[in-house]
Design a binder for this molecule. Structure first.
Ligand SMILES: C[S@@+](CC[C@H](N)C(=O)[O-])C[C@H]1O[C@@H](n2cnc3c(N)ncnc32)[C@H](O)[C@@H]1O
Length: 405
């Protein structure tokens, strides 16, 4: 059967020079060869010149996800194996640089590892995958088999319970893909800190792996602070206590955790205890960060370190304005709660709020608080979450470490 061909409109073909992996339906001039959804198609310009090859989905606004820009590259088992191998080798080099090899990290970061739509995270002996597109969903058995061959994990669990799949005409799904079922809680080692992760119900694929380096930055910050044992830390949106374990390991005197999820805080307590620290019930607050911070302000409570790692506030362009108000609100409250000389670690994981806009929002909050602050570090996701230069959308996580006066 000849390869189906998608002819790209003459006025859009130049866009391909930028090698962005998404081809929107508006760029398609003609579809020849009746491809089924998920099939491999070749993209050509109106003169028949080869542009790229990728997988097709007529039900998505992104009609084609590009897999290769090379005409003689076939999309077969060898192609998928070598792309997986490339991502795995890059992580091996990165991991070798650590004093203690982490056993939980992102192995495949979708478009950023030239495998659009596929996320693979490693948690000790298990892998968790997310199929974000139909092209990947229809190949997940094949990809699972290759991952078993390449990495020999105990099992591969699928956590494709993400709403972006609706844009691809898919429903949410979870379940065992290969090997053995993971235990209800799995223990991971991150820079010598131990965390229990729920691969079945935990957020994302179980843990916020993207904050690994930033958690370590906080730990180091406190460890090298001669007054660490007098420092109080407020971990807002704490989830299972990731930043808190590092803060206590860095000798912080007290860490208060706030999260809307009682389950997340129950796990946070287990993680604190697992690392040898005392669990003080009053330091785990189930509630809305916006309300709890207002209450602390009214009560005149002060902290030396405030961490703000909220969930994604902007899911589409229309939500950017209200997201900006949300970020400004919590950052203003954080500035007001910080002691002079204190530290704010503030993040946004909304891809639509870029780092310049985020910095402007934090600046706006600072001005309203009438405090003074310096940016000491700009923070991003760790090196296991690389960003393809052709895919700026990959740089979703941005953060600032500020000293506040
Ligand atoms: C990005 S995660 C934080 C990850 C965490 N920093 C870590 O390193 O594991 C955001 C967390 O915010 C919580 N959350 C969402 N909305 C909230 C709200 N309004 N108030 C408190 N917590 C909220 C979620 O339950 C989730 O655990």
């Amino acid at each position: 059967m000849p390869e189906p061909i998608i002819t790209i409109r003459a006025d859009r073909a130049r866009v391909f020079d930028n090698r962005h992996p998404w081809v929107f339906s508006g760029a398609v001039h003609k579809v020849s060869g009746s491809p089924a959804d998920g099939d491999i198609v070749a993209l050509r310009d109106e003169d028949g010149k080869f542009l790229a090859r990728g997988y097709w989905n007529s039900h998505s606004q992104i009609n084609v996800h590009v897999l290769t820009w090379t005409e003689d590259q076939n999309i077969d088992d060898n192609f998928w194996r070598s792309r997986l191998q490339r991502a795995i080798s890059a992580r091996a080099v990165e991991n070798a640089q650590h004093e203690r090899t982490p056993n939980a990290y992102r192995l495949v970061n979708a478009e950023n590892d030239a495998i659009p739509g596929l996320v693979v995270d490693r948690y000790a002996d298990y892998l968790v995958i997310q199929a974000l597109t139909l092209g990947i969903d229809s190949r997940k058995q094949q990809l699972g088999k290759l991952l078993m061959e390449l990495l020999e994990p105990a099992g591969i669990y699928e956590r494709s319970d993400v709403d972006v799949r609706t844009k691809e005409g898919l429903t949410e799904t979870t379940g065992l893909l290969a090997g053995r079922k993971p235990p209800p809680l799995i223990e991971i080692d991150e820079n010598g800190k131990l965390f229990l992760v729920d691969l079945y119900q935990g957020h994302k694929t179980g843990f916020y792996l993207d904050q690994r380096v930033n958690r370590q930055t906080l730990g180091n910050w406190l460890r090298f602070d001669p007054l660490a044992d007098t420092r109080t830390v407020l971990n807002c949106f704490s989830y299972s206590g990731g930043f808190s374990v590092y803060a206590l390991d860095g000798m912080a005197q007290r860490v208060v955790n706030i999260d809307a999820s009682a389950d997340a805080l129950a796990l946070a307590k287990k993680n604190i205890a697992r690392n040898g620290f005392t669990v003080n019930e009053e330091d785990y607050v189930v509630g809305d960060v916006f309300e709890v911070l207002r209450k602390y302000r009214t009560e005149g409570q002060k902290f030396d370190v405030v961490i703000l790692d909220p969930p994604k506030f902007a899911h589409n362009q229309k939500q950017v304005e209200s997201a900006a108000r949300g970020y400004k609100d919590i950052n203003l409250l954080a500035f007001q709660l910080l002691n002079p000389g204190g530290v704010l670690l503030t993040f946004s994981c909304s891809g639509l709020v870029d780092s310049d806009l985020f910095q402007k929002i934090v600046f706006g909050a600072l001005v309203d608080s009438k405090r003074d602050a310096q940016i000491v570090m700009k923070l991003t996701a760790g090196p296991d979450h690389p960003v393809a230069l052709t895919f700026p959308e990959g740089a979703y996580l941005k953060g600032l470490l500020c000293r506040v006066w």
